[in-house]
Design a protein around this ligand. Structure first.
Ligand SMILES: Cc1ncc(COP(=O)(O)O)c(C=O)c1O
Length: 426
């Protein structure tokens, strides 16, 4: 599409947008002037669906009216609540329902999966991850490695971009995997890097990891609900993600887990167990000896967080109603492309502002990461002061993410205007 830098053009795109009505399904916070803010932070915390509160309230009512019997009675018995999320979750990540479960929070799930899928031996014990992965992932890996009696400096191998580059080249990732060969136990990377917004080639990384006998998993915090995923077909071993970013399920919302179907019937696979992972037909017989449920459900520990799962169910319904990832992705590429177009025409040098997210739409999702070498924090404060909500990532990046469910082309145009005023002062 040929973009134009005018309000009329942006409004024309909004008028043609098949998802235009979905913005009304979300609550948009006010800007300092009392008008709706320009919310570009769905990569950090997605907006609240209007249906979320009522969904939680229905469970408060069940708790009020049914109390303990709510586990088995009412329209949505709590004992099986997680199953209500299974089909939509599977569609979002390209999985079979048996391969997914919703439980806990993201870092907890990452640890649980690493217990099963990072099983080092004396010779095969290395973990490959991207340098500058989200800190929680770094800490998870560091402590997992220590728990196995290994030294993180030796066991963790980090992938860094080439000098002068910000993102990783797939061929360099492949080469590193091959080089590590028999010593590589597990590859664990973000599906999308939180800082640069780069999408990694998950299919290629999985193939390469498997070719040397390693397990391969992804932290999909920035990918789930943002880009199309095909975890089953890509043959990924394990993955986990949060629901509060592009899945709009509220702060601290429940996390999703994927375990490939080939592990579904391996009860002997090492794991940390709890009663909710126990065969649900026998669970209340309270027997000795752990017998896991089939598939990802066998990794559950505790009874489900129904209040947050109820919100998640309401939010997933919005994604489904919008047509799921294919429809969202179509709009997303245009929205982010329009933002990129408006930034590129500011006429700034790379020393002033540089988009470090790949220009190739196939290698990015909603987010653009703007590297501002000097006084970036001033620009960020200015954006916030005029009602543009993005986020700041140390040491010098502003992340802006137009989200297809609720952002408009006019939002993008208006952010472009704010940036143009700032650029004129540089
Ligand atoms: C890529 C990534 N991994 C892990 C986390 C940590 O998530 P949680 O606090 O839900 O464990 C985040 C949080 O934003 C994240 O962006």
């Amino acid at each position: 599409m040929t973009f134009e830098p005018t309000l009329d053009f942006a409004r024309q795109l909004d008028a043609q947008d098949p998802l235009r009505d979905f913005r009304q399904h979300f609550l948009i916070p006010p800007a300092p002037d009392g008008q709706e803010c320009l919310y570009f932070c769905g990569n950090s915390l997605g907006l609240q669906p209007r249906t979320a509160r009522a969904a939680a309230e229905r469970q408060f009512e069940n708790w009020q009216n049914l109390a303990v019997e709510g586990h088995f009675k009412g329209e949505t018995p709590w004992m099986y609540f997680h199953q209500r999320l299974q089909d939509a979750t599977a569609r979002i990540v390209g999985a079979k329902p048996v391969e997914v479960v919703v439980m806990n929070n993201l870092t907890t799930n990452l640890h649980l999966l690493l217990v099963s899928f990072y099983q080092p031996t004396a010779t095969r014990y290395k973990v490959l991850m991207e340098a500058g992965a989200f800190p929680s992932d770094q800490y998870a890996l560091e402590t997992q490695v220590r728990m196995r009696g290994l030294n993180p400096d030796d066991a963790i191998v980090e992938l860094t971009p080439r000098p002068g580059e910000y993102t990783l080249r797939t061929e360099d990732i492949m080469a590193r995997i091959e080089e590590l060969g028999d010593s590589l136990c597990t590859v664990i990377m973000g599906g999308i890097n939180y800082y640069t917004g780069q999408v990694y080639d998950m299919a290629a990384i999985t193939r390469a990891g498997h070719a040397v006998g390693a397990t391969v998993g992804f932290d999909l915090a920035h990918a789930a609900g943002n880009i199309p995923l095909h975890l089953h077909d890509w043959d990924v071993d394990f993955a986990c993600w949060c629901s509060y970013k592009y899945l709009n399920s509220g702060p601290g919302g429940v996390s999703g887990v994927f375990v490939h179907e080939r592990f579904a019937d391996q009860p002997e696979l090492l794991r940390l167990a709890g009663w909710w992972g126990y065969d649900d037909k026998e669970r209340f017989k309270m027997k000795k000896g752990f017998r896991p449920m089939r598939g990802a459900a066998g990794w559950q520990l505790s009874n489900g967080a129904v209040l947050t799962m109820a919100v998640h169910e309401a939010a997933l319904a919005e994604h489904e109603a919008a047509g799921g990832m294919p429809a969202l992705r179509q709009k997303s590429e245009l929205l982010t492309g329009y933002l990129e177009f408006l930034i590129n025409r500011l006429g700034l040098t790379k020393q002033q502002l540089e988009i470090i997210t790949p220009a190739d739409p196939a290698q990015r999702g909603c987010q653009l990461s703007l590297l501002i070498h000097h006084n970036g924090r001033d620009l960020f404060e200015h954006l916030m002061a005029v009602g543009v909500i993005g986020d700041w990532r140390e040491p010098n990046v502003i992340r802006l993410a137009p989200v297809p469910l609720y952002n408009t082309f006019e939002d993008v145009y208006r952010v472009g205007e704010v940036l143009a005023e700032w650029a004129a002062r540089q």
